[in-house]
Each structure stands twice: as C-alpha cells, then as structure tokens.
Design a binder for this molecule. Sequence first.
Ligand SMILES: O=P(O)(O)O[C@H]1O[C@H](CO)[C@@H](O)[C@H]1O
Ligand SMILES: O=c1cc[nH]c(=O)[nH]1
Length: 235
Amino acid sequence: MSIHIGASEGDIAECVLMPGDPLRAKWAAETFLSDLRQVNSTRGMLGFTGTWNGHPVTIQGSGMGMPSLSIYANELIRDYGAKRLIRIGSCGAMQAHVTLNDVIIAMTATSTTTPSSTMMREVNFAPCADFALLRAAVAAAEAKGTRTHVGNIYSSDTFYDERPDLTEQMTRHGILAVEMEAAELYSVAARHGAAALAVCTVSDHLQTGEALSAEAREQSFSDMVEIALTAAFPG
Ligand SMILES: O=P(O)(O)O[C@H]1O[C@H](CO)[C@@H](O)[C@H]1O
Ligand SMILES: O=c1cc[nH]c(=O)[nH]1
C-alpha cells in the first residue's frame, strides 16, 4: 500500500497503462483484460489488474495534469516496481492534417514546466519516450491500419488556454497535439529507470473546434488501448 494507491504488494503488474480518466481505466480493463480485479479505489482513482494474452497488466487512472500523474507514476515505480508505463490519453489536435480519432504516439513532450523541472535547475531536460516501446507501438499501429502520427506533443499545465501566442508557437514548430501529462511521465520514468510511452487519441481539434463527447472519451478509444498493449508485449 502506498499513500495514494491502496493496492497490496504484488497487486500491481510491471506493465501499467495510465489513462487520465479513472472511468476509462475501468472501461479498458473490463474490455481488454481477463482475470480482472480492482486493486485501487483510493480517492476514486480506480486501478485494475488482470491479464492480456496471459500477460499481467495493471490499468491505473492518473488524474488530470502533471502533479497528479507524478504522484501515481512515482508510487507505481518506487513502491510497486512498475517497469513499463504507457499513458493512454486524449489530446487536442494542433495541426490541420491531424483529425478526430487519429492516434498520436509521442516521441517527446514539450512543456513550459513540469513537476520535475524545478529539480533540474538550469537543465532544459528533453523528456523522451522509451525507444523499444515507441517502435513497437508504431509497428502495432501500422499493422492495425490506424491513422497515426508520431512526433512531439505539448504537455500543458492548463486546459483553458490564456496564452494563444504559446499555442501558435507550438503549432508553428510542428507539435501535433496538446495534453497534460506525458512530459512528467517521461521525466519520472527516466529518473527511476523505467520505460514510458504516451499513446493518445485525438478527442478535439484546436483549429476546427470539433470535439468528441465525454462518453466517447471514456469508452471509444479501442485502437489506442490495443496499440499500447501490443507495444508492451510485442513478442
Ligand atoms: O483523457 P485524459 O487521459 O485525461 O487526457 C487529457 O484529458 C484531460 C483534459 O480534459 C487531461 O488529463 C488531458 O491530458
Ligand atoms: O489536454 C487536452 C486534452 C484534450 N484536448 C485538449 O484540448 N487538451
């Protein structure tokens, strides 16, 4: 048991999928895992452990934003021995060629700041995905024929943007989409020798204003979950 996760020792698998939304964790676990059991409900941040194709997998909500994700990633790695952490999130498209329901695989994640950046002082650390997970996720997406983009995403501290100039610069520099957790996930994983990846589905478009419903964000991102699971167990 850790401070924010009520699971017992051995209840968390080495491979953990992390949606921001705890109800997406429930949906994904019930849809994709066998031998399922709920391992966390502390603060309503649901976590489940089961098996996928015989492999143990935990799906644990991270909450929204980097401070929340940071708590769960730290405890999963340091207290429960998680080795591979894959975010399965939603994101907002920042490029015209990216459309709703496309999958984004984040090679790296840009930010203005992260919970980890204060400890780096003058170092402008570049958070990056684990290459083996990244390569396996790209292969899985190609095999499924899912419309997928691989590149840089923006991990923002805000959902309601008051800095249109920042969004403009991010877009100008080819950033594919905005979400709120990946940069800190990559930083925490790097610090503790774990492998991390963020696979996101486009739920809305910053340029066109199109958006999926809350229900679709919770329960319709099957390709993303299958890509994440296949990347974690490519053999
Ligand atoms: O759908 P999730 O995984 O929560 O991800 C995105 O959605 C939330 C904002 O609505 C933020 O957490 C953002 O990163
Ligand atoms: O953080 C997020 C997630 C989805 N869509 C956005 O615009 N921002």
